[in-house]
Write a protein that binds this ligand. Structure first.
Ligand SMILES: Nc1ncnc2c1ncn2[C@@H]1O[C@H](COP(=O)(O)OP(=O)(O)OP(=O)(O)O)[C@@H](O)[C@H]1O
Ligand SMILES: O=P(O)(O)OC[C@H]1O[C@H](OP(=O)(O)OP(=O)(O)O)[C@H](O)[C@@H]1O
Length: 224
C-alpha cells in the first residue's frame, strides 16, 4: 500500500469552518485532534489512506508546494501572496470569507485611496502581505516599502511604524477598535482547496476523487 495522502489544514480561524466541510467529504480526524492539550501535529483519520497535519496558515501553502503534503486548505490570500507555480487551487471552498484592504488612521484618510495616491511616488506600509501590497501599489505607479509583520498590523500607525497598513478585514471591528478606516479593498478572499501539481499527476487515482468529493461537499450544507 502507498503512503497515506497528507492533507494540510491551518490551525487558525479557518479550522472551525473546515471541519464540518471535511466531515461532508467523509474525513473525520482521530479523537486526539480535538484534544486541546495534545501536542501532536499529525493525525490519522477514519480513512486509512488520509492523514492530517495541522500547521500555520502560511505554512499550509509551503508544505503543499514542496510536496511534503499533497493537498491542503488555505485562504486565497495565502495562495496569491506566495504565487507558487507548484500549486493548483481547483475548488473555492466558500468558507473563510474576508477581504485584504488598505487602512489608515481615521481623520487622516481621505476616504479615496486612488485620489490621495495620485500625489504619491512612495508609501511605507506595515503588512503580512508584502508581495500583494507591492503589486497593488505598483499598478498605481507607486513604490511600496513594506514593513513585514506577522500580526497586530493595526498597531503600526499609532506607534509610528507606518501610516498605512494592508491587512485582512471581515467585520471591521479590529480596524474600528484601533482608530483606522478602510480606504481600498485589494481583493476578496475565501478558502481554497490546494493540490500539489506533481502529486496530482502521480497520484491522480486517489487525488482526483478527493477533489471531486470536496467540490460536491461545497454545494451541500449541513442541516440546520
Ligand atoms: N477576520 C477574518 N475573517 C475571516 N477569515 C479570516 C479572517 N482573518 C483571517 N482569515 C482567513 O483565515 C486565514 C488564517 O488566518 P488567521 O488569522 O487564523 O491566521 P494567523 O493566526 O494570522 O496565522 P498564524 O497561524 O500564522 O498565526 C487567513 O489566511 C484568511 O484566509
Ligand atoms: O475585521 P475583523 O472581523 O475585526 O477581522 C480582522 C482581524 O482578523 C484577523 O486577525 P486575527 O483575529 O485572526 O488575529 P491575528 O492578528 O493573529 O492574525 C486580521 O488580521 C484582523 O486583525
Amino acid at each position: 500500500m502507498s503512503q497515506p495522502l497528507i492533507l494540510a489544514i491551518p490551525k487558525g480561524r479557518i479550522l472551525d469552518e473546515a471541519l464540518p466541510l471535511l466531515a461532508r467529504v467523509g474525513i473525520e480526524p482521530e479523537a486526539d485532534f480535538h484534544d486541546g492539550k495534545s501536542r501532536a501535529l499529525r493525525f490519522a483519520t477514519n480513512q486509512p489512506d488520509v492523514s492530517i497535519i495541522r500547521v500555520r496558515a502560511f505554512d499550509v501553502a509551503t508544505f503543499v508546494a514542496h510536496g511534503a503534503a499533497q493537498i491542503g486548505i488555505v485562504g486565497s490570500d495565502v495562495v496569491e501572496e506566495f504565487d507558487y507555480s507548484e500549486l493548483y487551487a481547483p475548488v473555492d471552498l466558500n468558507i473563510g470569507h474576508c477581504r485584504l484592504s488598505v487602512a489608515e488612521p481615521d481623520g487622516l484618510a481621505t476616504g479615496n485611496d486612488a485620489a490621495s495616491n495620485a500625489m504619491l511616488s512612495h508609501v511605507r506600509v506595515a503588512t503580512k502581505y508584502p508581495h500583494l501590497t507591492r503589486k497593488h501599489y505598483e499598478a498605481q505607479g507607486i513604490q511600496a516599502e513594506c514593513v513585514k509583520l506577522n500580526g497586530a498590523m493595526e498597531l503600526a500607525p499609532s506607534l509610528g511604524l507606518s501610516l498605512r497598513i494592508v491587512d485582512l478585514v471581515s467585520s471591521g471591528a479590529t480596524l474600528r477598535a484601533n482608530g483606522l478606516v478602510e480606504t481600498s479593498v485589494i481583493m476578496q478572499i475565501s478558502a481554497r482547496l490546494i493540490v500539489n501539481r506533481a502529486a496530482f499527476k502521480m497520484r491522480s487515482a486517489e487525488l482526483a476523487p478527493l477533489v471531486e468529493a470536496f467540490r460536491r461537499a461545497v454545494g451541500v450544507r449541513d442541516a440546520a
